[in-house]
Design a protein around this ligand. Structure first.
Ligand SMILES: C[S@@+](CC[C@H](N)C(=O)[O-])C[C@H]1O[C@@H](n2cnc3c(N)ncnc32)[C@H](O)[C@@H]1O
Length: 281
């Protein structure tokens, strides 16, 4: 399959998945700013966005960054939140109170166009979802004013056991569990993150690493919640395992969590996050 049609297929799948999981994502993670979502404040501090700025929040999801931008830019600023998921935007609109200077648009980050340019662009936990990230980054550059800033957050490649404890054993049993394209952790080190932003022509690149903590509860809470809130394509793959395979998988995942399990049987995972800021000059 050609890269472009793979990209289109992947984006269609992403829309279906996010329309399905947006409400759960919002209630469980974003709204409560737990674990890695505590990064939002850091991202906005590092962005140096100020009162009166015009800001575009790309892949705004259910509005976590967007909502904080309301206070940051004040009533004289302008905020646009764009996302390809209708469900996420619906939640964002309601949750942010939809003030006059905040506008949501359902759009693809690769293609979104505006007549004006922005002082700043934010994009939290989404760059790795774009099959052609260079296309999105070049679009960001086009949409920024001269000296404008981008502020991006991604999960680290290493030290994110919340995903790895489950995904490593699952991928051993079901090699095609996750779509191979694009690789989700491809920007997860300071070097790879910097390279991809440099390639798109940005300068004054600064990457900071943060490690947050997240407790999913006991192992049973972690495992059962993971299975309960899976999107349909992944659920179907897990359901295809036999009873014995499922039980073996559970034990393999449990073994992986032991090093993070405390005396009270609760798991506490570290969670590495990278925040990058850069300028269009
Ligand atoms: C993990 S969420 C992050 C949402 C929000 N930025 C936050 O920090 O909570 C990823 C978001 O990227 C959006 N997304 C994925 N691919 C996209 C694309 N090509 N164009 C626009 N949005 C996209 C999804 O719909 C989803 O809302």
């Amino acid at each position: 399959m050609k890269k472009n049609s793979r990209g289109i297929k992947y984006k269609q799948r992403t829309i279906l998945v996010w329309n399905e999981v947006a409400l759960f994502y919002h209630k469980r993670w974003a709204k409560n700013e737990i674990g890695p979502f505590a990064v939002t404040k850091k991202l906005l501090d590092l962005s140096k966005i100020k009162k009166g700025d015009s800001v575009l929040d790309i892949a705004c999801g259910t509005g976590l960054v967007t909502k904080k931008l309301i206070r940051k830019v004040g009533s004289k600023g302008q905020i646009y939140g764009i996302d390809s998921s209708e469900s996420a935007i619906k939640i964002a609109r309601k949750w942010t109170g939809d003030p006059k200077n905040l506008h949501f648009v359902r759009a693809d980050a690769e293609r979104i166009q505006f007549k004006t340019q922005f002082d700043a662009i934010t994009c939290q936990y989404a760059l790795f979802f774009f099959p052609d990230e260079q296309k999105v980054l070049r679009n960001m550059k086009k949409l920024l004013k001269k000296n404008g800033t981008i502020s991006l957050a991604v999960h680290g490649k290493y030290n994110v056991p919340y995903f790895d404890c489950i995904l490593e054993p699952v991928k051993k049993m079901i090699p095609d569990y996750l779509p191979k394209y694009p690789e989700m952790d491809r920007f997860g080190t300071k070097e790879t993150f910097t390279d991809v932003i440099k390639k798109a022509g940005f300068s004054k690149i600064v990457v900071k690493k943060f490690v947050f903590q997240y407790s999913p509860g006991t192992f049973s809470d972690y495992w059962n919640n993971y299975k309960r809130h899976l999107s349909k394509p992944l659920k179907e793959k897990l359901d295809s395992l036999t009873k014995i395979q499922k039980s073996n998988l559970r034990e393999m995942v449990k073994d992986k969590t032991l090093e993070y399990t405390k005396k009270d049987r609760k798991i506490v995972f570290p969670w590495e996050v990278l925040v990058l800021t850069a300028k269009k000059q």
